[in-house]
Structures are given as C-alpha cells and as structure tokens.
Design a protein. Structure first.
Length: 209
C-alpha cells in the first residue's frame, strides 16, 4: 500500500523490522544495518532506545563471512554466464537467454545475501533490481528504463525464466542477445566492485566506531 502510494515519487520499497531484532543485528555488526543506522539517516524517532552509532566487533570476520556468502552465489552466476556463451556459439538463443537471466539473478542474489542478509523470493529481476538500490544505483544504470527500447530489453530478459521453459512462443534475435550478453558481463564486474566498495566502507566505519 505504501509502495503504491509513493509510486509517483519514484521507486520505494518499504521494510519493517522489530526493534529487538534490529538491536540484535546491530550488536552482531550486520553490514547493511550498521551502515544505515546513523544519526544522519534518522528521520523520525519516538524514543531513544535504539543506538544509532553501532559498535562493530570483529569486522574482519564479518567481512570474510560476507565475501564467502557472496562467492557461494556468484560462482553460480559466473557458470550461467559461461553457459550463455556456449549456447550462443551453438545458436541456441533461447537457452542462452535463459542462462543470462540466471546469471543476472544470481549476481543480484549474491549482493543482497552477502550485504543485507535478504534472500529474495522469486525470479523477478525488476523487483530484485529495486532491492539493489539499497546498496547502489550502478546496477540499475546498466539496465536503464528511460526509453521504450531499454524497457523492452529488460522485459525480454525478465520473462525468459518462465517463457523459455513453459512456452513455445519466446523469440530473441541475435542482436538483442549480444546486447544482453554485454550488459550481463558488465553487470557482474560492477557487482564485484560494489561488493568491495561496501566492504571497504564497512571497514572504515568499524575503525571509527
């Protein structure tokens, strides 16, 4: 309801978390919440029961755990990208497109799981891209939605998960497939940079906490 009401203002995703759970996550040094629960980000506070200056313990252990979670998922994304290239060489465009969808999905999952502990449900890339805005705008910039052509390109990629598996009318031409290959390749390299940037920021935050 809130997201729908704010739709005209831009992309809004609302999350709710219990106070006790938030305090627990801050105490554990949760990367995402430790970075956003700062006094400069606070817009409303009924009481002062939640500290907005997290004290981060064992930051290097937290960072290594995040990297491990990222690469567990990212290895799948890299394999799907390799599969897409193989299918393209063999003119299996639909299988290539499906693999590119999965390469994108698992790249997003890798970032969201490792940095926010959010395990996204389903296979909707558009929604997962919105979730990624909590971390960076860089991934959405690779799939901009400012023109009809760009919108159609993301729709073409997004629907491959179901249409290439359960329908016989999905068609993608070589030109669009090559564009998507370039985009997904850039998407993965950008995700790696985002991971390191956020981990470096977290490390600096820990040093000053």
């Amino acid at each position: 309801m809130i997201e729908s009401a704010c739709a005209k203002l831009g992309s809004v995703i609302v999350s709710f978390i219990k106070e006790a759970e938030l305090i627990k996550l801050l105490d554990e040094g949760h990367i995402f919440y430790s970075m956003i629960c700062r006094s400069t980000n606070l817009t409303y506070e009924k009481e002062t029961s939640v500290s907005t200056i997290p004290v981060i313990k064992n930051p290097f252990g937290i960072i290594e755990k995040a990297r491990s979670h990222f690469h567990d998922e990212f290895r799948k994304a890299e394999s799907y990208l390799g599969g897409a290239k193989y299918y393209m060489r063999n003119s299996e465009n639909n299988l290539a497109a499906h693999s590119l969808h999965q390469a994108t999905e698992h790249t997003l999952r890798a970032l969201l799981i490792s940095l926010t502990s959010h395990y996204p449900y389903g296979h909707n890339l558009s929604r997962m891209l919105r979730y990624s805005l909590r971390l960076t705008t860089a991934l959405n910039e690779i799939f901009p939605q400012g023109t009809d052509k760009e919108h159609e390109l993301l729709v073409l990629l997004n629907k491959t998960y179901t249409h290439t598996r359960y329908r016989n009318d999905y068609v993608i031409n070589d030109k669009d497939l090559n564009i998507l290959l370039d985009r997904v390749t850039l998407f993965q390299s950008t995700a790696l940079k985002v991971l390191e940037e956020r981990l470096n920021s977290f490390c600096l935050l820990a040093e000053n906490s």
